[in-house]
Design a protein around this ligand. Structure first.
Ligand code: FAD
Length: 525
């Protein structure tokens, strides 16, 4: 295990030796002789771990890895670079779940954020939690549940850091209701690219920096603390999967579900997602073991009779809520009736509605089960040429015909889920940096295929073909977790937000030090 993966006590002598043996000329002596140099690592294990990520496609070698023990170590590092005549690039690395080297820093310094190992504090009166940018969402969940509380908006996978998802958006099946994770942040502590620590940025204090950093791809500052909104936590979840053989009906029903207005005491539907289930990959899909063997056989048969694919709508209701430290048990009969009534309005294949009642924790942590399964099969640490898109509702059928049917289902026998679910633009604040389609309802599409059979080149070509199709047809779409290599493409990606993005860059990181792996700014602004 590379030393930097865990917080460790640093041995000055070891560090000095490694500096003497391996320190690259690219780092200034002001850094190498500064007291924080004891936090630098140059050993090959540390460097190679920081040169890879979940994608397994891009490998950029940094000059060193930095293990901060406090935010002030990061402040010093950023200042040393900013005020150096030869600034060096710096990338915060959460857990490296990026797929295209976004947390890497070629010949620069990668900050191993988990070294901060800061505390998580829940404030029950204000219904919020304060956690370090390096903390994983699973840890935040565990801590808030001790108080009967929970964050509202999630990602499908919880072993991601707050800093990493807040730099992108953080989308899952709750986003139609609560917005993405970046819509649920009260405050941030940020260290800018100039090495200034800005405490408690919010909608009212330093709003420019606050909103730029949300979805800002790590370009303006490093998040060292986030204050996240909480709500009462449910104890149980009614988790349902409904099968469709018709894509149009599948998406129309998803749209219906996210449009249902609150009645009486409020929302009953808490989560809406969906995916393509392909006959050939039903078993090795990391989207959790949900079906019994018997059900799987029936579903496979249904897919077989439908050109190898069916569409799975996923919806959840939360129940048995915490109030203070007590649970209010749901009136299950009433809930069953409400759900039955709702199901009657939907147009899934008769006899193909499945349900599980699970704990809230196991529902939210569902992808982890799939991860363990894939790890055991040696299918987790493989290249992941993922492509995530946000496609406007008015183009979803064009996308289905041209991309899902016309490209993926025609040629791909690769493994991995393909997610398709709608969400709402009005739940996003226009001032946040993330680029989204300019239509109220748009779809989150995750083409999350992994390369196992030396088919990386094929998948990369397929991604290029998909993007070409979307561009040529003029679809109203944006890349999510975007990857571009030219300034022109970035400009197009951000559209109306580009000018402001550049202005904020020149204000907060004018020397283009931060997150170089995003390939947005290669020169001072
Ligand atoms: P990293 O990959 O380490 O970093 C990502 C970017 O953020 C880099 O540019 C980095 O420099 C920057 N960064 C990291 N920490 C900070 C910080 N503290 N301050 C400022 N910048 C920082 N995303 C979703 O929205 N929804 C999902 O459902 C979802 N599911 C996923 C499932 C899996 C199995 C995986 C691997 C990823 C998933 N993602 C999902 C994508 C995920 O949001 C991104 O990978 C994200 O980058 C978080 O990963 P990370 O914390 O390891 O960040």
């Amino acid at each position: 295990t590379p030393s930097f993966l865990k917080p460790t006590t640093l041995l000055l002598t070891t560090t000095l030796m490694s500096i003497l043996i391996q320190s690259p000329n690219s780092l200034p002596t002001t850094l190498l002789t500064h007291p924080i140099s004891t936090h630098l690592r140059f050993d090959s294990l540390s460097l190679s771990a920081a040169s890879s990520d979940f994608g397994g496609i891009v490998h950029s070698h940094p000059s060193a890895v930095f293990l901060p023990s406090s935010p002030s170590d990061i402040t010093s590092l950023l200042r040393l670079s900013h005020f150096s005549p030869h600034p060096f690039t710096i990338s915060a690395r959460g857990l490296g779940h990026s797929t295209r080297g976004q947390a890497q820093a070629s010949a620069g310094i990668v900050i191993n954020m988990p070294s901060l190992d800061s505390s998580i504090t829940v404030t029950t009166d204000g219904m919020f939690v304060d956690a370090g940018g390096e903390r994983m969402w699973i840890d935040v969940l565990r801590e808030t549940l001790r108080y009967g509380l929970t964050p509202k908006s999630w990602t499908d996978y919880l072993y991601l850091t707050l800093g990493g998802t807040l730099s992108n958006g953080g989308i899952s099946g709750q986003a139609f209701l609560h917005g993405p994770q970046i819509s649920n942040v009260h405050e941030l502590d940020i260290i800018t690219g100039k090495g200034e620590m800005v405490i408690s940025c919010s909608e009212s204090a330093n709003p420019d920096l606050f909103f730029s950093v949300l979805g800002g791809l790590g370009q303006f500052g490093i998040i060292t603390r986030a204050r996240i909104a909480l709500e009462n936590a449910p104890k149980s979840v009614r988790w349902m999967r409904l099968m469709y053989t018709d894509f149009d009906l599948f998406t129309k029903d998803q749209e219906l579900l996210i449009s249902i207005k609150a009645e009486g005491e409020g929302w009953r539907l808490n989560y809406v997602e969906g995916s393509l289930l392909m006959e050939h990959s039903l078993k090795s899909n990391w989207r959790s073991p949900f079906f019994s063997e018997k059900d799987l056989k029936r579903i496979k048969k249904l897919a077989y009779g439908n050109e190898g694919v069916i569409y799975c709508l996923e919806a959840s209701f939360y129940y048995d809520y915490h109030h203070g430290m007590n649970f209010s048990r749901a009136d299950k009969t009433q809930m069953d009736q409400d759900i039955e009534e709702l199901l009657r309005k939907l147009r899934f294949v008769s006899g193909f509605a499945f349900r599980n009642d699970v704990t809230y924790m196991s529902f939210l942590n569902r992808v982890h089960d799939g991860e363990l399964k894939l790890r055991a099969m040696g299918l987790w640490d493989v290249p992941h040429p993922w492509l995530n898109l946000l496609v406007s509702k008015s183009n979803i059928m064009d996308f289905y015909i041209g991309v899902l049917k016309g490209i993926i289902l025609k040629t791909s026998k690769s493994m991995g889920p393909i997610l398709v679910y709608p969400t709402k633009r009005s739940k996003w604040d226009e001032r946040m940096s993330t680029a989204i389609p300019d239509e109220e309802v748009f779809y989150s599409i995750g083409i999350l295929l992994s390369s196992e059979m030396n088919d990386l080149e094929h998948l990369e070509n397929q991604n290029a073909e998909i993007l070409k199709f979307c561009d040529q047809q003029g679809l109203n779409y944006k890349q999510y977790l975007p990857h571009y290599t030219s300034m022109e493409d970035w400009k197009k990606h951000f559209g109306k937000k580009w000018e402001r993005f550049v202005e904020m860059k020149s204000r907060y990181d004018p020397k283009a030090i931060l997150s170089p792996g995003q390939n947005i700014f290669t020169h001072p602004v």
